[in-house]
Every structure is written in structure tokens, then in C-alpha cells.
Ligand binder design. Structure first.
Ligand SMILES: Nc1ncnc2c1ncn2[C@@H]1O[C@H](COP(=O)(O)OP(=O)(O)OP(=O)(O)O)[C@@H](O)[C@H]1O
Length: 303
């Protein structure tokens, strides 16, 4: 389990992370979301003890991670796909890490197979595509068979097949009872992957809830209603507090009222309904809405 408590990081006048508190639990894929510059990488680096917090704390299974010997056995992380020496082969890179972490040599072949790089194990990393380097970074994270895994923007450079594979991998790791934290600035990447979401903007917590809860609170939630009496129904619903929009063909789009309540009111007034279709906000809509005003960089310059 990862626990972040009142975590703050300032770089000179820039506050990258501001009083963040959250817990990442085992058995789930937790999406760590925020617009560019929101502070995701800085937070992950503090969890790994690579950056020192200005204040607050981050612990992994109750201890600051930097204090652990043989770190790869406790936490696996993919932070930067470019951190393997370009002159080394993929296998040599992993062997060196396995040795310094007291891991058996067989793990190298196992993780290369797991990420689909066994065919290029002897090739120099310098000649790898971004997607291959990303797979090698994931192999590195898996090497110590750790209970806690952090991935910073892991799908960068992966083709659609690679993206599908990595989603399946995260799900399997969570099903094995591991703690899996995956960052992204794209909500669409989390739609089929994460069951829990931690959303930040400008270094501050915006949401910490299940994916379904997050989507449900988006104001994009609305109900489409088709009726032969649109004028009468619109008047009834408006009187009861809903906002109603009507298109040219008489279809009503209702916000601020559940489909159930609309059905009840129509029944009471004997208004016939031909269609009553609730629509929850897409994750993307909920995300755009919740982070509006929290983007660090916007078109036209910095905020
Ligand atoms: N070493 C540093 N020195 C100064 N400012 C920094 C440093 N590292 C990060 N920052 C600033 O801190 C803020 C958060 O950056 P961070 O990289 O953590 O965000 P992020 O959410 O990971 O963004 P992205 O999706 O663009 O990678 C940004 O404003 C960034 O410019």
C-alpha cells in the first residue's frame, strides 16, 4: 500500500505538489490522472525517494521507500523509458539490475518473455524504438516480482496492440493482489484500465474515488426523452426543477433530474413517453470538467 500524506514539493517559486493526501490500495489498478504539469511525475518520484518532499511524507508499506535494500523486490517502477544504457543489450541491462538487487538470473528471461522482448534480448538498447524501450522499462519494473508497481505514462510510444497488452498486464498484476499506480494525462487511457482514480490538478487533489463514482458526478449526465407532448412535459419538468432543452424534432434533453423522476411525473400527468434514456457523463467529460481551470499550460501560453 502507498500512503501519501500532506505531500508538498516546491521548486523555487513553483509549487509542483501542494498538500496531497491519498492512499493507493492493493488489488486495484489505480489511475493517477491530471493535465500536463499537474505534478504526477514529481509525486511518483517522491514516493520512490528520488525527490525529497518540501514537507509531508510518502511511504510504501509503512516505510519511506528510500530506506529499503534490494528496492526492486519491494517496488517496481517505470519512470523514464530512456534510462537504460544505449550501448548495453536488453538482457545485460536486466542482468546488472538483477545482480545488484540479489535476484536470480532466471528472472531476466522470465520478464523478457513476459514483455515480448525475448527475440531481441541480445540487441543493443540504443537501437530500440520508443515502444521497445517502454517494454524494457516494464520488464525492469517486473524484475523483482514486487508487490507495489508504479508506471509513469506507460503507454507512450506503444502501438494499439501494445496498449491492449499493457492494459491486460496491469489488470493481471492487480488481480494477483499487487498495488498498481498508473499515471496518464489522458482519461481515455484509463477508461478500460483503472477501477480507481486519483485526479490532480496544479499539484492539488481533485478526486479520489472509483471510476464509476467519478463518471457519475459529471454534469454531462442527462436524460433524453421522446414524447408526443413535448411542450406539456417540458413545462411539468421545469416546474419540478429540471433544466430542459428541446430540439426541432421535439426530443427533450433533461439535466438535473433522474430518469425515474421524469417517468413518475409523466405518469402522474398521463403524458405518454416513447423513449426515456439516461446517459451518464463519459469519463472524458467528467475529467475535462473536473480539471477545468487546473491545467498548468493552456493554448496561448502559461496560466
Ligand atoms: N526539477 C524541476 N525544477 C523546476 N520545476 C519543476 C521540476 N520538476 C517539475 N517542475 C515543475 O513542477 C510542475 C509539475 O511537474 P510534473 O512533471 O510533476 O507534472 P506531470 O503531471 O508529471 O506533467 P506531465 O504530464 O507533463 O509529465 C510543473 O510546473 C513543472 O514545470
Amino acid at each position: 500500500m502507498i500512503e501519501v500524506n500532506q505531500l508538498t514539493k516546491r521548486y523555487g517559486g513553483v509549487t509542483a505538489v501542494n498538500g496531497l493526501t491519498f492512499t493507493v490500495r492493493p488489488g486495484h489498478v489505480t489511475g493517477f490522472l491530471g493535465p500536463n504539469g499537474a505534478g504526477k511525475s514529481t509525486t511518483m518520484r517522491m514516493i520512490l525517494g528520488l525527490n525529497r518532499p518540501t514537507s509531508g511524507s510518502a511511504t510504501v508499506d509503512g516505510q519511506p521507500f528510500a530506506r529499503r535494500r534490494h528496492g526492486l523486490r519491494h517496488v517496481g517502477a517505470l519512470l523514464d523509458a530512456g534510462d537504460a544504457h544505449p550501448g548495453r543489450s536488453a538482457a545485460a541491462h536486466l542482468w546488472a539490475l538483477a545482480r545488484s538487487n540479489g535476484l536470480p538470473r532466471r528472472r531476466v528471461a522470465e520478464v523478457l518473455r513476459e514483455v515480448g522482448l525475448e527475440g531481441v534480448a541480445r540487441r543493443r538498447v540504443g537501437g530500440f524504438s520508443l515502444g521497445m524501450r517502454q517494454r524494457l522499462g516494464i520488464a525492469t519494473a517486473l524484475l523483482g516480482d514486487p508487490p507495489v508497481l508504479l508506471f509513469d505514462e506507460p503507454v507512450n510510444g506503444l502501438d494499439p496492440e501494445g496498449v491492449r497488452w499493457v492494459r491486460g498486464l496491469f489488470r493481471r498484476l492487480a488481480e494477483q493482489g499487487r498495488t498498481v499506480l498508473v499515471s496518464s494525462h489522458l482519461m481515455s487511457e484509463m477508461e478500460n484500465t483503472a477501477d480507481h482514480l486519483i485526479v490532480i490538478g496544479q499539484g492539488e487533489l481533485i478526486a479520489d474515488e472509483s471510476r464509476t463514482e467519478f463518471a457519475a458526478r459529471g454534469a454531462g449526465a442527462r436524460v433524453t426523452v421522446r414524447t408526443p407532448d413535448p411542450d406539456e412535459l417540458a413545462a411539468v419538468l421545469t416546474l419540478d426543477g429540471a433544466s430542459v432543452r428541446r430540439d426541432g424534432s421535439g426530443v427533450l434533453t433533461v439535466t438535473g433530474m433522474s430518469a425515474g423522476r421524469i417517468g413518475e411525473l409523466a405518469y402522474e400527468r398521463r403524458i405518454m413517453l416513447h423513449e426515456l434514456a439516461p446517459r451518464t457523463a463519459s469519463l472524458e467529460e467528467a475529467f475535462m470538467e473536473s480539471t477545468a481551470g487546473h491545467a498548468d499550460y493552456v493554448v496561448g501560453g502559461r496560466r
